[in-house]
Unconditional design. Structure first.
Length: 335
């Protein structure tokens, strides 16, 4: 059973002015919604390179919500109490489209937000990634594992960019006393994903709904863990407001592990699609295993995922069905 994230206000905090960088994206829009429903004022900042205004349409009626189109690579000055940094393309096709800008977003953008946090003594949250572990030699991946990352490949702009951002967060905490929170996000899915983001859940669902071949890279034996967006945002909330003031990275993800091939077959079955699985060569540096060790989150935050994969997929499939129907309707109207 999936509960609405607006009902998950398990930890109350006084109303604050909060900046969400990357707030028009998949995760950012869910976070903005959660914060508004908790009574905070939210400044959503996004350059709309991958974020979409339609993700925010239901939030525009809030008096406490404002949108600013801005790229965090450029400096900014906004008096705020808290900052969430989710501003970076997260899917390989999008972050590889302009790798230099991806690296700038992770490094220069993080530097700008950390300087803003220093100026206003704001707590700041960094959305890091499981990609800092690279193609891991340790399984599952605990926070103390340093990873196996290629610094000279097509994924490096993102993987190494996120690792560099973590270093900046650590150094600002050590040198300036900035109150930081760093989460390492594992594969997350749910409504408001882009249909063209190149990630397995959205790819498979859209292809199955259209009756197209399901594209599986490699033999499908590589594994992933899939966390529903509501669970992830609850993890964000618990880390940000933890009384333990955790200043080291924390894994947030679902420890249940599935092969990519099994995911494809499950989605085909749930949709009742006639799609067939076709195999393509595995992309360079694509990790073969990915599963979080969440013992720190369980012990320190009392957090673990609650949404089963089948339940989360039903909600996500329904979202993409609506999106495709809307697109088909628009095309018919324009014809």
């Amino acid at each position: 059973m999936i509960s609405n994230i607006s009902n998950g206000n398990s930890l109350n905090t006084s109303a604050r002015r909060i900046l969400v960088a990357g707030g028009a994206g998949f995760l950012g829009s869910h976070l903005c919604e959660r914060l508004l429903n908790q009574g905070h004022s939210v400044v959503c900042l996004d350059n709309l390179s991958t974020g979409r205004m339609e993700n925010l349409s239901h939030l525009l009626s809030f008096d406490r919500f404002s949108f600013v189109r801005h790229d965090i690579v450029a400096s900014l000055d906004l008096p705020v109490d808290e900052i969430y940094n989710l501003a970076c393309p997260a899917s390989p096709p999008h972050y590889q489209a302009d790798p230099i800008h991806t690296m700038k977003t992770n490094v220069i953008g993080s530097l700008n937000l950390l300087e803003l946090a220093t100026r206003y003594q704001a707590r700041i949250f960094q959305a890091s990634t499981s990609e800092v572990y690279g193609d891991p030699h340790v399984h599952p991946q605990p926070e103390h594992y340093w990873g196996n990352v290629n610094s000279f490949g097509p994924r490096s702009c993102y993987d190494e960019g996120k690792r560099s951002a973590e270093t900046l967060f650590h150094d600002f905490h050590q040198q300036h006393g900035v109150d930081i929170r760093v989460v390492r996000i594992f594969n997350t899915y749910g409504p408001r994903m882009r249909p063209d983001d190149g990630r397995v859940v959205s790819n498979f669902i859209v292809q199955a709904l259209k009756g197209e071949d399901i594209t599986v890279y490699g033999d499908g034996s590589q594994t992933r863990s899939f966390c529903y967006v509501n669970d992830l945002i609850e993890g964000f909330h618990r880390l940000m407001y933890s009384p333990n003031a955790i200043h080291t990275p924390v894994n947030i993800g679902n420890p249940d592990e599935f092969t990519v091939g099994a995911l494809a077959e499950q989605i085909i079955d749930m949709i009742g699609s006639r799609s067939k699985v076709v195999h393509r060569p595995l992309p360079v540096d694509d990790p073969r295993q990915r599963r979080p060790d969440i013992e720190v989150a369980k012990r320190e935050l009392g957090w673990q995922p609650t949404v089963e994969l089948a339940d989360g997929l039903r909600s996500t499939i329904a979202y993409f069905e609506r999106q495709l129907a809307k697109r088909t309707g628009k095309l018919a109207a324009a014809a």
